[in-house]
Every structure is written in structure tokens, then in C-alpha cells.
Design a binder for this molecule. Structure first.
Ligand code: NAD
Length: 349
């Protein structure tokens, strides 16, 4: 049997909790990777795993990702992540969420939870009745909190501008052609900001009606989702799925810049080198897409108002520039540089 210390994704995680509640049937794993900068913060995923080992691997990998993301966002938070093991039908009961809230509470604030795949705001509201270590709850008008999408989108817009400045020498997106994969929450916000600045937009979504609606609103063109990654444009902004940058797709890119919101865009670490070798400027995903977590954390910690959140998001371009500078001077690709910077910030340099 594989020892927990031998999991490929084990990275000196501080603690990993295995939670069982017989009455509700809850089974969960809560992994806290690092509390060097603050409590381990990251969402809870509700997912059906074929094997328990896959759930452990996910919790280990995602919690390390949160350490890096929170550190690079300049937040006083460490990295954590939880997975609740769902059955094949993904049966979710209130009793499970109650038991889960109690389990999070027993950790005394070492882990702060939030939304992730399969866990929505309504679930978090139930969890929050049993622990206060929850972020991402509905916010009242004028208060910090609520949907992180628009904040993520603002950070992506600023990051795309920084990339255009660096790779194309342009101070404005006016006249630039941006290809956006996805027409959801973040893509929509990005499209509105970019259109307001005069960018030309091509938009693709597997939900054709969604793409049509957004394109009509921002005066953009709809592109077949099969063609968006090979479109000739100034910027490709992946705002749909992860793992879209592969050996094959990178070889076919016709853009000088890739900067978008999707998590884990590089299918493998080698793809960071592949994209750099093609001379394409890449914005590391967890650095450029931190606007949402910045908003969620400010809500939870109560340490910023709306203007403060905006000011924090406006630091994203500076972080990207620092990464690109170091990448240029060391020859390491931007994703690798970002990981190394994050490791230094969490005291593991
Ligand atoms: P969303 O669900 O609102 O939108 C995603 C869109 O992508 C959907 O309209 C979907 O139909 C489309 N899509 C799926 N597969 C596609 C494909 N193959 N080609 C084209 N379109 C496809 O999600 P979102 O909140 O806008 O998030 C977008 C991405 O950004 C996700 O990867 C998410 O993990 C990441 N992200 C989001 C936030 C946030 O605050 N919402 C924060 C950080 C990262």
C-alpha cells in the first residue's frame, strides 16, 4: 500500500485531515499545505472520485496551489483545500454539510473554506452556521464580498494590458484583437472592460447562445470553439477550461500573448518551456486570476473596503512584470519563475 508520504503531490503539507461522520455519511479530506503567511485558505470541492487515492492527490495538489496563489496575491493567508467525497450520483445532504462545518470548526481556524466545484453559496451558508471559518458568503449591497467573477475579470483585464504593453509595446488595448475562450462570468467581465477600451473581440463558447449574447453586447465576433486556439490575434485569453496549453495546441497558437483566467492552463510543466520557446508571453494563471480570491479574502478578514480591494487587484500587473523581468534575466519560463517566487514567499525557497 502506498504511504501518504509517497504521494507524488505530497509537498511537506503541514497537516492532512481525514474526516468521517458515520451518521451523515460524510467523508472528506482537508489538506493544509502551509500556514506560513496565515491560515490555510481555499475552497471545498464536492466530487465523485473513482478511487479514494485520487481524492487525496487532488487535496494535496490543490492545497499547494492555494499556498502559491495566496502568497502571490500578497494575502495574509496560507494554502488549504478540502474535498468531500461524493457518491456516483453526487448526493449532497444538509446533514453532510452540517457535519462538514463542524469538522472545519474543530480545526480552530487553521483552515478557512470557500466555494469550489460542486459547492455553491447556498451550501456555504449551511456550513457557516457551524463554523465562522468560511469565506465567499453573500454580501449586502455596498459591502465587500459576493460573486468573485467581476473582480477576477478586472484583474485579468489589467493583466492583459500589462502583457500587451510588454509584448507589443501598446499602452492601450484600443485596436488590439483579443480572442477569448469562454463567454461566462470572467470572460464577460473581461470582454466589457476590453471593449470599453476599444479592443476587437472574438469570442467562443461551447454554449453558442452564450457566445452570441456576449458578442452582441460588446460588438464582438463569434468564433467556433474548435477554432479559438488557432485564431490569429494579439492576445489569447483562456477563460473556460484548464489544461488547454498542450504540446499540440502550443505548436498551433498564432498569438504573441496568452493571458487568461482559467486555472491550470498548462497541461504539464514542460508546456511552460514550450510556450516560452515559441516566443509567446504567458501570464501565469494563478497570478493573473487572483482578483476573486483577493475579494473573498478581504471579505473574510474585513481588512479592506471596495476601494481597498480594487487597489489590491491593481497590484497584479506589477507582479506579472516582476515575473516576466526575472524570466527574461534568468531564461526560466514565467510559470517556473512564479512557482519559485511563491515558494520563497512561503519560506520554502
Ligand atoms: P463560467 O462557468 O461562468 O464560464 C465558463 C464558460 O466556459 C462557460 O460558458 C462554458 O460553457 C465555457 N466553456 C466550457 N468549455 C469550453 C470550451 N471547450 N470552449 C469554449 N468555451 C467553453 O466560469 P468563470 O467563473 O467565468 O470561470 C472561467 C475560468 O476561470 C474557469 O477555469 C475558472 O476556474 C477560472 N477562474 C474563475 C474565477 C472566478 O472568480 N470566477 C477565479 C479564478 C479562476
Amino acid at each position: 500500500m502506498q504511504s501518504p508520504w509517497d504521494y507524488p503531490d505530497f509537498d511537506d503539507h503541514e497537516v492532512v485531515h481525514f474526516v468521517t461522520d458515520r451518521e451523515s455519511g460524510l467523508r472528506a479530506i482537508i489538506a493544509v499545505h502551509s500556514t506560513h503567511l496565515g491560515p490555510g485558505a481555499g475552497g471545498t470541492r464536492f466530487w465523485h472520485y473513482e478511487q479514494g487515492g485520487d481524492a487525496v492527490a487532488d487535496a494535496l495538489r490543490l492545497s499547494r496551489g492555494m499556498s502559491y496563489k495566496n502568497a502571490m496575491a500578497g494575502l495574509p493567508l496560507g494554502g488549504g483545500k478540502a474535498v468531500i467525497l461524493a457518491d456516483k450520483d453526487r448526493t449532497k445532504t444538509e446533514a453532510m454539510l452540517v457535519a462538514y462545518g463542524r469538522a472545519v470548526d474543530r480545526l480552530g481556524g487553521a483552515y478557512i473554506t470557500a466555494e469550489d466545484v460542486g459547492i455553491g453559496v447556498a451550501d456555504l451558508v449551511i456550513v457557516s452556521k457551524h463554523t465562522r471559518h468560511v469565506a465567499g458568503l453573500p454580501a449586502a449591497e455596498g459591502e465587500v464580498g459576493g460573486d468573485p467573477g467581476p473582480h477576477t475579470a478586472y484583474g485579468i483585464f489589467l493583466g492583459v494590458k500589462a502583457a500587451a504593453r510588454r509584448a507589443l509595446g501598446k499602452d492601450s488595448l484600443a485596436g488590439l484583437h483579443i480572442a477569448i475562450q469562454g463567454a461566462g462570468s470572467v470572460a464577460g467581465g473581461l470582454a466589457r472592460h476590453a471593449a470599453a477600451e476599444g479592443a476587437r473581440l472574438s469570442i467562443a463558447d461551447i454554449d453558442a447562445a452564450r457566445a452570441q449574447k456576449l458578442a452582441a453586447e460588446v460588438g464582438g465576433a463569434v468564433v467556433d470553439p474548435r477554432d479559438i486556439l488557432t485564431l490569429e490575434a494579439d492576445v489569447l485569453s483562456p477563460c473556460a477550461l484548464g489544461a488547454i496549453l498542450t504540446e499540440q495546441s502550443i505548436a498551433a497558437l498564432r498569438v504573441p500573448v496568452v493571458a487568461g483566467a482559467a486555472n491550470n492552463q498548462l497541461a504539464t510543466p514542460q508546456d511552460g518551456d514550450r510556450i516560452a520557446a515559441r516566443g509567446i508571453l504567458y501570464a501565469p494563471d494563478y497570478v493573473i486570476n487572483a482578483g476573486g480570491i483577493i475579494n473573498v479574502s478581504s471579505e473574510h478578514l474585513g481588512d479592506a473596503d471596495e476601494a481597498g480591494v480594487k487597489a489590491r487587484i491593481e497590484k497584479i500587473p506589477g507582479r506579472l512584470d516582476a515575473i516576466w523581468e526575472e524570466s527574461e534575466s534568468t531564461g526560466r519560463n514565467p510559470a517556473e519563475v512564479a512557482d519559485a517566487m511563491a515558494q520563497r514567499l512561503i519560506g520554502r525557497g
